[in-house]
Structure formats: C-alpha cells, structure tokens
Ligand binder design. Structure first.
Ligand code: NAP
Length: 361
C-alpha cells in the first residue's frame, strides 16, 4: 500500500515530537511535512529541535533534514501531504481560523487543540467510545462546501482515563448519571518548558486553567448523538471535576466516584465488563489500537503512572481500586498516557479510523 502523506503542524512541541516518534514506522502514514512557528520556519527539523528533543528515543534520521514550514502559511503544505495533524499552541480564535483554512484547502485536519471541540458539526472522538460520530463528516463537508477537507478533534488529554470505563458500563445499559472526578495531571500536559520547576518540585498545583470545564463538558458531547448534521449533548450526566497538576512526567490519573440512575451493576460485573470491553478500532485491527482498551489492575495500589502508563503502546487505559462509595455508588482510579493516548497516539488512531471509514483516501 502507498502510504498516506501527512504533515504535523506544531511539530517541534511536546505533542508534535510525539507524533513524529509514533509515525516513524507507521504502516499507513508517512510524515512528509512539518511546520511550527515563524521562529522555527526555514530551519531543518534537527536544528529547530536542537537542545529540546524531549523523547527518550533519539530523533529519527528521516526527519533530520526536513525543512520546517511556517504553520500559518497553508500554501507551503499544499502538494506535500493530504492529512494535517494539528498541535500548534496559538490562541483559540487563531487556531479556529487556521484549522478551518487547512480543511477548506482540502486537508483532512485531525487536531489536538481545544478550539473546535464544541463546534456543532465537528466530531470530538475517542474511537473506542464514539466512533459513530465520524459519520457527521458528509454533513460537515456539505455545510462548509469542502470536497476532501474535514475536521475532527481529540478531547482533553485526561478524559479517556474515565470516559472509556464509563462508556463500557453505559453500553451495557447502566445509566451513570453523576460523577465526581479528581484528576492528577502530569507536567508534560503543559508542553515544554511548561510549569516552572519551582512550582512543581515538592508541590501540587490545585488549578489548571480551563481544565475543569473541559472535564465536565466534553464528555456530554462524546456521549451525545447526531441530529440534523449537528451534535446534541447528553445532559443526563452531571460531572463535577477537580484538576490538579502533580510532579509526574507522563500519565494523567483520575479518581472517580460515580452514581447510577436505576439499576446498578455488581462490582464483579463491572470488572467483567471492563475486562471484556472491545470496540470498532479493535474489530478493524487499526494499527494504533490497543488490543485491550481497558486493563483492570487488581493490586491494591494500582494503577500508577510510572508502572502503568505505557501499557499496550501507551494506548490502553488502566483502571483499579474499584470499590463501594459511601456517598455515591462506586469509586475507581483510571490512568492513561496523556501525550500518547491523550494526544498524538489518540489522534493517529482517529486518523486510522477516518481512513478505515473511507473519509481519508
Ligand atoms: P508546546 O510543547 O508548547 O508546542 C507548541 C507548538 O506550537 C510548537 O511546535 C511551536 O513552535 C508551535 N507554535 C507556537 N507559536 C506558534 C505560532 N505563532 N505559529 C505556529 N506555531 C506556533 O505545546 P504542546 O504541549 O505540544 O501542545 C500543543 C497543543 O496540543 C496545545 O493546543 C495543547 O493544548 C494541546 N494538547 C497538549 C497535550 C499534552 O499532553 N501536552 C495533550 C492534548 C492536547 P515553535 O517550537 O517554533 O515555537
């Protein structure tokens, strides 16, 4: 198979570097274009990331001599790729405009940015949860008058740690209607150089701007439905979130208490549902799909970021500590890798789904 040519904008950043690392040997995609800010544009990729390549693997040879484009200059991507993975840090309005402009120019845009997460005809995907939402693409294309262009976004990087386990229960008919979530989020989630070391060492910061709103609102769209070419949110779940930045490099943890409306499953049944959960990415055997999307840990002190974040290509969600809750019904701890499953890896899986569904040729 001829590989699909992809570009990464924001390629020099934390998420961009993860894209390049994960795409280095990808069976379907080949990185043929990289772009970043005007500060990096015109340099080779090796020069642009000199002294700030943050991956533990060395910079793959194939990227060293790529000339970095200016992400704001859409023309420079034309003819070089058909898919754009977007991981630029710009203000929200600028990102909105830029991503729409790339899609209007015919690119399939798959984004990590939050700018379009609540745009009414843009799918926000966790492929194991709401893969059916990609079927809004024809309505999206019709609305904007795009031919090959499309826009799909990833949710916030901590969400899959609790949304995927909750989805598995909802799919079996159990109506979760309330959740309290306390996230413990890694410093890589703030990019590089991120949070000052003086704030992170020997400390916890109990505030991440905008993060609690994202944790409370984004699941409602993910659990929603498509009506008349737009997403209708599922407002039957109430979520209250506390988001904390903790001194962990990678891996977002979420401590969750949840309540059910109507019948609730037994503890053993929940474990069985999680153990057996599989979805379309597994059925289609997509290259980045974890074989088992939810891994249950039975030890009293797991999951832990350092021990569990890399499970199954760092794409699986680990859950543990399932027990009764004295206020709600049950509580558990979920964990996933924020820059892989929660960012670049999750977006690559979305692009694979869009290929498998025929929306990216
Ligand atoms: P980062 O490490 O700060 O990287 C930012 C990237 O944006 C760099 O490539 C930078 O290029 C580029 N950039 C900055 N200003 C620009 C401009 N004016 N024009 C074009 N490009 C510009 O940030 P990150 O952590 O990778 O995050 C990137 C995006 O993904 C953000 O929107 C973030 O919210 C989102 N996200 C991050 C995570 C995570 O876990 N880190 C997870 C999910 C989503 P230069 O190197 O040239 O400055």
């Amino acid at each position: 198979m001829n590989k699909i040519k992809v570009g990464v904008i924001g390629a020099t950043g934390m998420v961009g570097q993860n894209y390049l690392r994960l795409l280095a040997d990808h069976p379907w995609f080949e990185v043929t274009y990289v772009a970043a800010s005007p500060r990096s544009a015109g340099r080779t990729y090796e020069e642009a990331v000199a002294g700030r390549w943050l991956m533990t693997d060395p910079l793959p040879e194939q990227y060293k001599d790529l000339i970095v484009g200016d992400a704001g200059d859409i023309d420079s991507a034309k003819g070089k790729c058909t898919v754009i993975f977007s991981a630029v840090s710009l203000d929200k309005e600028q990102v909105k405009e830029l991503e729409l402009a790339y899609a209007a120019a015919g690119f399939a845009v798959v984004s990590n940015n939050s700018a379009h997460r609540h745009t009414e005809n843009v799918p926000m995907l966790i492929p194991e949860v709401n893969h059916a939402h990609v079927d809004i693409i024809p309505a999206q294309r019709e609305f904007y008058g795009w031919d090959t262009g499309l826009l799909a976004v990833k949710p916030n990087c901590s969400l899959q740690s609790y949304v995927t386990p909750i989805h598995a229960l909802r799919e079996k008919g159990y109506q979760v209607d309330r959740m309290i979530i306390t996230t413990l989020q890694a410093i890589s989630g703030a990019g590089y150089p991120g949070v000052p070391s003086y704030d992170m060492l020997d400390n916890i910061v109990p505030y991440i701007g905008g993060e609690e709103e994202k944790s409370e609102e984004e699941p409602l769209k993910i659990f929603g439905t498509i009506e008349d070419g737009k997403f209708v949110y599922d407002n039957s779940i109430q979520i209250s979130a506390h988001c904390n930045r903790v001194p962990v490099i990678d891996g977002h943890t979420a401590c969750v208490s949840l309540g059910f409306k109507g019948e609730k499953p037994e503890l053993d049944e929940i474990l069985e549902i999680w153990e057996n959960f599989k979805s379309l990415p597994q059925e289609l055997d997509l290259p980045s799909a974890p074989r088992q999307p939810i891994i249950v840990r039975y030890e009293a002190d797991r999951p832990q970021p350092r021990r569990d974040r890399d499970m199954d290509k760092a794409m699986a969600v680990s859950v543990g500590r399932l027990r009764e809750c004295k206020v709600f019904d049950y509580r558990f701890v979920g964990l996933s890798h924020n820059t892989v499953r929660g960012a670049a890896g999750g977006a690559i899986l979305m692009a694979e789904l869009l290929v498998a569904k025929g929306y990216i040729k």
